[in-house]
Design a protein around this ligand. Structure first.
Ligand code: AMP
Length: 216
């Protein structure tokens, strides 16, 4: 199954993707996580990503698509994948459709997480992430344990992403509205778009997603 988790920054895509990996047995492909890993390696490509990411701007399609295509070729993605934060533009969606079509696949589902704008800033500014495994936390709703050790991997590298500030959220939300939101209209005619309420407890949202996928 090839599934796009769609929604504005802070909609819960990463949190849900990590849970769905277990439930569906297919990998999460997060271009944002891949770019952060590339930045952490200090490579030239990583520095190019940093230039855009630190400003809350989208990374140009040609850079994203190369990274994405290499990841989709890995054997663990041969039965499908959960796309998180990709596609971000209609051109990326066209490219995804073409890549999948060559493999005899298509986007089977687009789960569009619905979260009101007012909740986004609060969610993003309170968000913390484990640098080792990507586990996410929220200082108010699901804080890291008092020991400071990640519940998934035990690392103490739990930090606030540099682009998770109120100022950067605004730019990122504008990029979403202008470039990413039109992707829904691209997929709506194929009947694969399901709108899912993204507010509430994490497990309730997972339940809604699985129902939309016909999995419970
Ligand atoms: P995310 O982790 O998905 O919130 O992405 C963080 C940042 O990485 C974004 O604000 C963009 O600068 C960049 N990024 C991640 N995925 C993409 C993509 N598919 N296209 C363009 N830029 C991206």
């Amino acid at each position: 199954m090839d599934l796009i988790l769609f929604g504005p920054p802070g909609a819960g895509k990463g949190t849900q993707a990590k849970i769905l990996v277990e439930k569906l047995g297919i990998p999460q492909i997060s271009t944002g996580d891949m770019m952060r890993a590339e930045r952490a390696s200090g490579s030239e490509l990583g520095n190019k990503f940093a230039h855009y990411m630190t400003q809350g701007l989208l990374v140009p399609d040609e850079l994203v698509l190369e990274l994405f295509a290499q990841r989709l070729e890995k054997p663990d993605a041969k039965e499908g994948a959960i796309f998180d934060g990709f596609p971000r533009t209609v051109d990326q969606a066209d490219a995804l459709d073409a890549i999948l079509s060559k493999l005899g696949r298509r986007v089977d589902h687009v789960i569009a997480l619905q979260v009101p704008v007012e909740s986004i800033v609060e969610r993003i500014v309170g968000r913390r992430v484990c640098l080792s495994c990507g586990q996410t936390y929220h200082m108010r709703y699901s804080p890291p344990p008092p020991s400071g050790e990640c519940v998934s991997c035990g690392s103490t590298d739990i930090v606030q992403r540099k682009d998770d500030t109120e100022e950067k959220v605004r730019t990122r939300f504008e990029a979403y509205e202008e470039n990413t939101f039109p992707i829904l209209a691209h997929y709506e005619p194929t009947g694969v778009v399901e709108k899912v309420d993204g507010l509430g407890e994490v497990e309730d949202i997972t339940g809604r997603i699985l129902s939309a996928l016909g999995k419970n």
